[in-house]
Design a protein around this ligand. Structure first.
Ligand SMILES: [Zn+2]
Length: 475
């Protein structure tokens, strides 16, 4: 609480009040009748409504009607532009076939406009599901289309350079991606090309360093990428150790397990956020923990391939050992949604699976991974992830006007296990209302849907791709 009762009320832009306020601050304070005041996109007061309200004179007031209010979710790793082809390949395709049969033909024909159509859908979907910040994983051929979609929707974003890879790796048996050939010179030439976006301290769309990774980067590229991230004070994001195939490729090439190798060549550090990490061997745990690196646990997408980090995965142990484990959605081509609340639920449940241990991870752990840990993982812990004075105002207002929110007993458990994103009502990012009553404020949803449906028809049509079905008799 800032200000005193005796002082004149401080003019603020927005007051969110009558909230079950889940701050996610270091003490994990919850105010059953809480309020948040926002001015200039920043949180200027937070606490019990009886303390906050008399101290401020808001230009606008939003009542949460007693429902939960919490920090916006942070999406640590997704392929924003691949939304254009969500669900295009069915459940019957194999891991070995998916890159040569689907991704490479797709990447060799998709246009910037089609990528934009997918990115706009992805941004709308994320906001609708309570995500207020996302990391694009570095596979948009034109990062500007992601930046534009994010800015138009009003969502915070970190974009990276396109397809920085130089040794093939998990696509080594595949035809070349024409716009992104494996080349150290090309990758080093593009590296850091999005960092200009950070010139403004409060830029909503920022740059970071993205490498495709996962057995596709040479040591030279890895070391240069880490150095660029260090110089710019941003995170290095890459895929790593998704499944046995790429881990075995790394093992054979490096002569040791990849996390040990990356640690020994100086690539691991607190500003690393590696996606997946589903296959970690015993000797890789210690270097991961000691480095302070973050992990994007992409449970829903990985579970599509049966590598989601349940039995045999180490995400829960790493989280409990203090590693900043956040959450990601990865690729929508798995027919996956960009829904970090759902990712939190599935991560918590996956951690219990095979262990018969209900308390392995809790709903509170899911919320921690989705908010404060996500902010730490993407290098924005000083700006977002909790509702505290001085942070940017990224928050979600839930609604209790649905069956799954009742009876009102434990609002955190209700969000994670019952209502999910259905209870997301209003989303505020950088102090701006971008979703209200479940509808986007800045973009027209119907326009977004029509555009991406047309783009999907056109790109899949050029590929001659038909979704394989186990039940083929569709009239
Ligand atoms: Zn990915």
């Amino acid at each position: 609480m800032s200000g005193t009762r005796d002082a004149a009320p401080r003019p603020v832009d927005l007051l969110v009040t009558d909230a079950y306020l889940i701050t996610m601050d270091t003490e994990r304070r919850v105010f059953t009748h809480g309020a948040v005041a926002i001015a200039g996109g920043e949180i200027v007061a937070v606490g019990a409504a009886r303390d906050v309200e008399p101290a401020v004179a808001p230009a606008r007031r939003i009542s949460a009607d007693g429902a939960a209010v919490h920090p916006g979710f942070v999406e640590c790793h997704n392929h924003t532009t691949l939304h254009t082809a969500r669900g295009a390949f069915g459940d019957t395709i194999s891991w070995n076939d998916v890159v040569p049969e689907f991704y490479v033909p797709y990447w060799n024909t998709v246009t910037d406009d089609e990528e934009y159509a997918g990115a706009a859908l992805a941004c709308l979907e994320m906001v609708r599901n309570g995500t207020t910040c996302f990391v694009e994983a570095g596979t948009a051929f034109e990062p500007e289309v992601v930046a534009r979609a994010a800015a138009e929707t009003g969502i915070r974003a970190l974009v990276g350079d396109p397809f920085l890879w130089d040794i093939g790796g998990f696509t080594s048996d595949s035809p070349t991606v024409a716009r992104a050939p494996y080349s150290t010179d090309r990758a080093l030439g593009l590296l850091g090309g999005q960092l200009w976006r950070n010139d403004h301290p409060n830029a909503l769309v920022r740059g970071h360093i993205a490498v495709v990774g996962m057995a596709s980067a040479s040591d030279e590229l890895e070391i240069a990428a880490k150095a660029a991230a260090d110089r710019a004070g941003v995170v290095l994001n890459q895929h790593q150790s998704y499944c046995e195939v790429d881990a075995a490729d790394d093992d054979a090439r490096l002569g040791r397990h990849p996390l040990r190798h990356l640690n020994e060549i100086g690539v691991l550090g607190p500003n690393c956020v590696f996606a997946h990490m589903n296959v970690l061997r015993e000797d890789e745990v210690e270097p991961v923990l000691r480095s302070g690196m973050a992990i994007s646990w992409n449970a829903p997408a990985s579970m599509m391939w049966g590598v989601g980090g349940a039995t045999g995965g180490r995400h829960a142990e790493l989280y409990l050992a203090g590693a900043p484990v956040g959450l990601g959605s990865d690729s929508s081509n798995w027919a996956n949604s960009f829904d970090i609340g759902r990712a939190a639920t599935l991560a918590v449940l996956a951690a219990r699976d095979g262990r018969c241990n209900r308390s392995m991870l809790s709903a509170e752990d899911g919320l921690t991974m989705a908010t404060v840990n996500g902010a730490r993982a993407v290098g924005l812990a000083d700006r977002i992830g909790s509702l505290e004075v001085g942070k940017r105002a990224d928050l979600v207002i839930r609604s209790d006007r649905l069956p799954e929110a009742h009876p009102v007993t434990d609002p955190i458990a209700a969000m994670l296990y019952a209502s999910g994103s259905k209870s997301v009502d209003t989303v505020i990012i950088d102090g701006r209302v971008v979703l209200q009553g479940g509808d986007p404020v800045l973009v027209d949803a119907e326009t977004v849907y029509r555009r991406v449906d047309r783009a999907a028809r056109e790109v899949l049509g050029r590929m001659g791709y038909r979704t394989p079905r186990r039940w083929p008799h569709i009239a």
